[in-house]
Design a protein around this ligand. Structure first.
Ligand code: ADP
Length: 162
């Protein structure tokens, strides 16, 4: 039987426990899950693409069903290249809904077979975002309960506390 492959694309700048919650839920539904960090020319990330890839690699190293990767350009082209048509996205509070719907419908317009699946994280991560995490560390505080120890350490290094 053909393997069911899903792609979870995102900036992951940086990866949070909210992203990991979605990865673990999605991995249960598919044979393989590709977690793919986006090289987005419109955004200047705090962590370089290589750093974001390294974080993903070490976080999911023990899970053979989870692969990590990077891509640039259109998601639908990346999906085609990976022989997948399933996009995983996380839905937090209502604020995610409008832009996620726009993106899902645009991807379907570009490639009609594309299906976007929205997964809901555990309630404790529902208000967690990478940008909020970055702000907290930038302002000199820390939230090690919402990121992995590696991300906690790298954020402290970035903001001069390491
Ligand atoms: P993007 O720039 O693609 O939105 P993010 O890294 O911010 O990249 O998010 C990637 C995906 O993960 C999006 O679908 C986003 O809604 C979801 N996500 C981000 N944070 C959380 C969270 N705390 N819980 C669940 N899903 C999340």
């Amino acid at each position: 039987m053909k393997e069911r492959i899903a792609v979870y694309p995102g900036s992951f700048d940086p990866l949070t426990l909210g992203h990991i919650d979605i990865v673990n839920r999605a991995a249960k539904l598919f044979d393989r899950l590709l977690v793919a960090a986006i090289q987005n020319p419109g955004k200047t990330p705090l962590f370089s693409l290589e750093e974001r890839l390294q974080i993903l690699k070490s976080t999911f190293a023990e899970k053979p069903e989870i692969e990590v990767d990077t891509f640039s350009g259109l998601l639908v082209d990346y999906l085609r290249q990976k022989e997948s048509f399933i996009v995983i996205r996380g839905l937090r509070a209502v604020s995610d809904f409008e832009s996620e719907l726009q993106m899902a419908l645009m991807n379907r317009t570009l490639s009609p077979d594309t299906e976007t699946l929205f997964l809901v994280p555990s309630a404790r991560y529902s208000f967690l975002s990478s940008s909020m995490i970055k702000q907290v560390y930038q302002l000199g505080s820390e939230v090690p309960s919402l990121v992995t120890p590696m991300v906690d350490r790298l954020l402290k290094e970035k903001f001069g506390k390491g």
